[in-house]
Design a protein around this ligand. Sequence first.
Ligand code: NDP
Ligand code: GDR
Length: 344
Amino acid sequence: MTKRALITGITGQDGSYLAELLLAKGYEVHGLIRRASTFNTGRIDHLYVDPHDPSAKLFLHFGDLSDGARLVTLLAQINPTEVYNLAAQSHVRVSFDEPEHTADTTGTGTIRMLEAVRLSGVDTRFYQASSSELYGATPPPQSETTPFYPRSPYAAAKLYSFWITKNYREAYDMYAVNGILFNHESPRRGETFVTRKITRAVARIKAGVQKDLYLGNLESVRDWGYAAEYVEGMWRMLQADAPDDYVLATGVGYTIKDFLEASFSHVGLDWQEYVKFDERYLRPTEVDALIGDPSRAREKLGWEATVDGLQLARLMVDADVEALEHEGRPWIDEVRLPAWTAAR
Ligand code: NDP
Ligand code: GDR
């Protein structure tokens, strides 16, 4: 039987790595993309083959999580065996500026996807991109049994998505899982998330094309892992005998200052000479510390992170330095993959 996956959010960081992984495993991959006035497929262009070519295995469809009828039609047309719901307004700070839009995409978008699965009658497994932001104010270590305490419109929307996914599992006997993923980064990370903002600035400051780096709170602690490894965990969740919810994390936390130190010192610079404070990067309510306990995923899925937050900082700085040196050349060539990714 052909394994056929539908990925929402395929143009994002995780969607691009997941599409690569599933194509390498022989899947036919379908992706939902938003119509935009400029191209938004930069992260997956290297995977694209003209659909007229018989070897094509990746197919893109216009759609939006705000358009429920389109999702039902698409599900029926594609008839996927696995659905990965990765699409979201995923920026926590922006969710305070656009709370209603965030609720519509990151929250209600999930029920539209689940309803599309139910109404189209397709026999499929469903992955929901849940987040460590659900824990919010609850102190670490955080596991699948830790109580949630969301601290942003983004986290509150993801909380709804978490519970509605669980509810559809129980109410309709759907194979539906939540991956509760702690922060995961890569050279493909969006430029406005703190890690990529830092590593990109390091490359630019080193090259003499940027002078300062404006940031907000440097004290918060995050458990940063490597996105290319985390998509493998998503896939493993859908291969298990029974549906369950899993934390994916490294188990080690660092402050933003630690990440700054690792990134700047990697190219021989002192971060304190360049980093400046701008209050507009503060959040009305902050999440102080997230450090995950990935024991369940290790024991039940055999999944383990191998790249920790500071290794990641160096890997991302190297990629940004090279991308700047070879401007115009696809950065995709620069990505250094960990052992199990390269072995695929
Ligand atoms: P990105 O922000 O890189 O990608 C988000 C994707 O969602 C993009 O493809 C975007 O499309 C798409 N999208 C946004 N709004 C809509 C919409 N209304 N309809 C259809 N598509 C839409 O996120 P990541 O890849 O980093 O994360 C993937 C998912 O995992 C997200 O749900 C995120 O909240 C969640 N998550 C991420 C973590 C992380 O550390 N990266 C940790 C835990 C959870 P476009 O390219 O057109 O903007
Ligand atoms: P986060 O990631 O909010 O954890 O959400 P982000 O990188 O945006 O922030 C991490 C921490 O850094 C602090 N910070 C700054 N953040 C940004 N973006 N820009 C700055 O200038 C800056 N200065 C300091 C923040 O205050 C915060 O404490 C990410 C997203 O991918 C979510 O979608 C996902 O669910 C969670 O990770 C897990």
